[in-house]
Design a protein around this ligand. Structure first.
Ligand code: DAK
Length: 260
């Protein structure tokens, strides 16, 4: 499938999606959001897929936010529907059954930071900058930033970032839990690829269920989350991969989860 604003490369079991509007620092307009929604829904049709890497084109930006030129003239009704589209797409990425790694290659601001936070893991290039600068524009984060940032870095830090609109660099993002690791810009895709390959070698159902357990468990009280986790743990035992994983351990050999 060809897209106007995305590059999608699929190499066996790993997909790389690159948001490709470098002249506007990959800002998110309706077309980009709809294409992202379509691309992720298309990837659902590939049962062999192990992992997705999401990045931005160019050397400057992952995504510099929602497209300000588009938002500037919106009515309240249009703004609400734009925000709902963003929520729908980001929720689909968060719930995508395979891990999604954000390779943050520069500015991840506003909607760009929110997009990175909808991914499971954020690997930041040294030149990455994260922030929620919406208050500079007279709006609040509209694609889940108030929700996901406070869950990732805690309420106090999230409020500071959202109220001041300040950017943090990659090291600080890593220190506060917004990024998982910092790497040199020229190693970013390599590092993301290595993590994807590592994940691809694990039990695919186990990885999918682990993602569900973490994402859903965080929204439940501990009793319910524990019950949910136990159910998913039980479900693992209905799979061939649990048999293979445990047998391989006992036979002192690497597990073969993908029938190679
Ligand atoms: N939208 C549109 N174009 C953008 C853009 C953006 N977010 N960010 C950059 N660009 C464009 C610039 O206009 C410029 O275009 P030309 O002038 O060349 O045509 C080009 O990208 C290069 O940008 P600069 O010339 O500004 O590059 P610099 O290196 O000088 O600065 C920068 C880079 C990232 C610091 C700067 O571009 C910047 O501050 N950009 C805006 C960052 C920002 O404020 N991001 C947050 C956007 S607000 C909601 C739904 C969603 C949201 C809120 C509410 N509801 C509907 C309720 C989300 C809001 C946001 O994400």
């Amino acid at each position: 499938m060809n897209y106007e604003n995305l590059l999608v490369e699929i190499d066996d079991d790993i997909a790389v999606i690159t948001i490709n509007r470098p002249k506007a620092l990959n800002a998110l307009n309706t077309a980009v959001l709809e294409e992202l929604e379509h691309a992720f829904s298309d990837l659902l049709k590939r049962p062999q897929l192990a992992c997705v890497i999401l990045t931005g084109s160019g050397e400057k930006a992952f995504v510099a936010g929602a497209d300000i030129a588009v938002m500037q003239a919106m009515t309240a009704v249009e703004a609400e529907s734009f925000a709902r589209l963003g929520h729908r797409v980001f929720n689909a990425i968060e719930a995508f059954p395979r891990p999604v790694i954000a390779a943050v290659n520069g500015f991840a601001l506003g909607g760009g930071c929110e997009l990175a936070m909808a991914c499971d893991v954020r690997i930041a290039a040294v030149n990455a900058r994260f922030g929620q600068p919406e208050v500079n524009l007279g709006v609040i984060p509209g694609f889940g930033g108030t929700l996901r940032l406070s869950r990732l870095v805690g309420k106090g830090r999230a409020k500071e970032l959202i109220f001041t609109g300040d950017m943090v660099d990659a090291e600080e993002a890593c220190r506060i839990g917004l990024a998982n690791k910092v790497v040199s810009a020229d190693q970013l895709l390599e590092e993301a690829g290595q993590m994807a390959v590592k994940i691809a070698g694990k039990g695919p159902l186990a990885v999918t269920l682990a993602k569900q357990a973490v994402n859903n468990g965080l929204e439940m009280d501990l009793d319910r989350a524990g019950y949910f986790e136990a159910s998913l743990f039980g479900l693992c035992f209905s799979s061939a991969e649990q048999k293979e994983g445990m047998l391989a351990f006992l036979e002192k050999r690497p597990a073969r989860f993908r029938g190679e």
